[in-house]
Design a protein around this ligand. Structure first.
Ligand code: 4NP
Length: 160
């Protein structure tokens, strides 16, 4: 099973989702059974580490984003990923324009997995203050738990 998180720059929201989801998989002993990646719809920050404000709020919640580097989403991602999850409607529209007509995976919004979520989109925190970054990680943590419940239920039984 492979999961790709996508935002605009791949330096704030999708790296947060990437790191939070890997950490949740580790907590449930499922790392190695689900491959996780993140990407941006833009080419603006390719090769760059996540924004230092993003790294700081994630670190305060025990998630290390420092090894991640930004990349741009490509059409080939639709051949690899079973779930491609956008942070906002603009990201989703860009992905829908790139998706092959016969894509069989799940392309949608991350927050749609959280039935309790107050928002459907993860707001872009880039030009705002510290509280925006806190809101991003909180929204993503809640939705990641709901997403992981669904994915864990779909994993085949372990061999042996
Ligand atoms: P992200 O945030 O899409 O969550 O990574 C942004 C990062 C950079 C820019 C916009 C949003 N930017 O305008 O450079």
């Amino acid at each position: 099973m492979r999961v790709l998180f996508v935002c605009l720059g791949n330096i704030c929201r999708s790296p947060t989702a990437h790191g939070v989801f890997v950490s949740r998989l580790q907590q449930r002993g499922l790392e190695g059974r689900v491959e996780v990646d993140s990407a941006g719809t833009s080419n603006w920050h390719i090769g760059k580490p996540p924004d230092p404000r993003t790294v700081a709020v994630a670190a305060a919640r025990g998630v290390d984003l420092s090894p991640l580097r930004a990349r741009q989403v490509s059409a080939g991602d639709f051949d690899r990923f079973d779930y491609i999850l956008a942070m906002d409607q603009h990201n989703l529209a860009d992905l829908q324009a790139l998706a092959p007509v016969d894509y069989r995976g799940h392309l949608g919004l991350l927050l749609a997995f959280d039935s309790q979520a107050s928002l459907l989109e993860v707001p872009d925190p880039y030009y705002g203050g510290e509280e925006g970054f806190e809101q991003v990680v909180s929204l993503i943590e809640a939705a990641s738990d709901a997403l992981l419940d669904q994915i864990a239920a779909r994993l085949p039984p372990e061999a042996g």
